[in-house]
Design a protein around this ligand. Structure first.
Ligand code: SF4
Length: 326
């Protein structure tokens, strides 16, 4: 029998979160419990939630901290004009997400480890919220000092590696041996996964890249068919077909994921707990402070210092036919 919850959602959220360490998200699908340390999710679908209790923050927010990066990967879609966030403002916005049912933030760029006081930012967000803190990196800036300062303040690292050996070196312009030795630092920080861009130059490396990733301790391989600056799939059909065949033969053996718009093409299952309003699982804040539904969107809502992120989220959602709060 369905149970009604959510008459006093904020108070109940705070009580459960404080006592259990779980983040709790009320949504149209039920009550979602999330543990950032393990990545554990539990959705109580039988629980009927009141509309007024539904999370006002997206489940996950990616935040580009800076557009700066010292690499020049040929398929990079990151904006090139100089821009970066302010750390105190990011912490403030993270608190808003935390208080309104958000489950995690993912820092990116550019290269997020180029952001001044990056480790201190992760520490602040992790200690002042229950959000999972993750980031995407090329991995070459890891040092003993960075490992020490990030440990305990980051829940997952997404490491970009588009192929192995000479393929990696040609595309990333860095030594693959150096990348491999950086993994010794990265895996001491927290759990990590590998992000791999798929295109005609990398597809032949997919089996070796997967073997390498999981033998080195990766927990997940995120397959990203190449996209253009507008987010359209630019990966050619032959590459997609080869990737889909490999996925069908290997997905029982290794943990795979892909971007939302490539789920159908690759046959990788969607997130096990996805909202019925998929557009609200995820939002992106670019390095200029423009809030968007995704990193590839051209249009968004500009935030200024001191603006409420929640107000901007609701204003942006109202531009689409998304569920609104009663
Ligand atoms: S490492 Fe990432 S941000 Fe830097 S150039 Fe390559 S794809 Fe772009």
């Amino acid at each position: 029998m369905a149970t009604e919850m959510g008459n006093a959602p904020s108070a109940l959220n705070a009580k459960i979160s404080n006592q259990s360490g779980f983040q709790v998200r009320y949504c149209p699908e039920g009550v979602h419990f999330f543990d950032r340390r393990s990545g554990w999710n539990l959705l109580l679908e039988e629980v009927e939630t009141a509309t007024a209790s539904w999370a006002r923050a997206p489940r996950y927010m990616s935040i580009a901290l800076t557009n700066a990066c010292e690499l020049s990967c040929p398929y990079c879609y990151a904006a090139k004009e100089p821009a970066r966030q302010r750390a105190d403002q990011v912490v403030q916005w993270a608190k808003e997400l935390d208080a309104n049912g958000g489950l995690g933030v993912g820092f990116g760029g550019g290269e997020p480890t180029l952001f001044p006081a990056f480790a201190e930012l992760c520490q602040s967000v992790h200690s002042e919220t229950n959000l999972a803190v993750t980031f995407t990196t090329h991995g070459h800036r890891f040092t003993e000092e960075l490992v020490e300062s990030l440990s305990g303040s980051v829940d997952f690292i997404r490491l970009s590696m588009d192929g192995v050996g000479s393929t990696y070196e040609r595309l990333r312009g860095r030594s693959f041996d150096q990348f491999r030795s950086q993994l010794n630092l990265i895996r001491r920080t927290t759990g990590f996964g590998i992000n791999m861009v798929l295109n005609s130059e990398t597809i032949s490396d997919l089996p070796d890249a997967a073997d390498f990733a999981f033998s080195e301790g990766a927990q997940e391989l995120l397959l990203l068919p190449e996209t253009g600056v507008d987010g359209e799939l630019t990966c050619d059909p032959k590459t997609l077909s080869r990737a889909a065949n490999w996925v069908s033969e290997n997905q029982a053996r290794v943990r795979l994921a892909t971007s939302d718009h490539a789920v159908a093409a690759l046959g990788v299952p969607r997130l096990p707990i996805a909202s019925s309003d998929g557009s609200f699982d995820f939002m992106h804040l670019d390095a200029r402070g423009v809030l968007k539904f995704g990193a590839f969107e051209r249009q968004g809502r500009q935030l200024e210092q001191g603006d409420s992120l929640l107000v901007a989220i609701e204003a942006l959602r109202n531009t689409r036919s998304a569920p609104t709060h009663a």
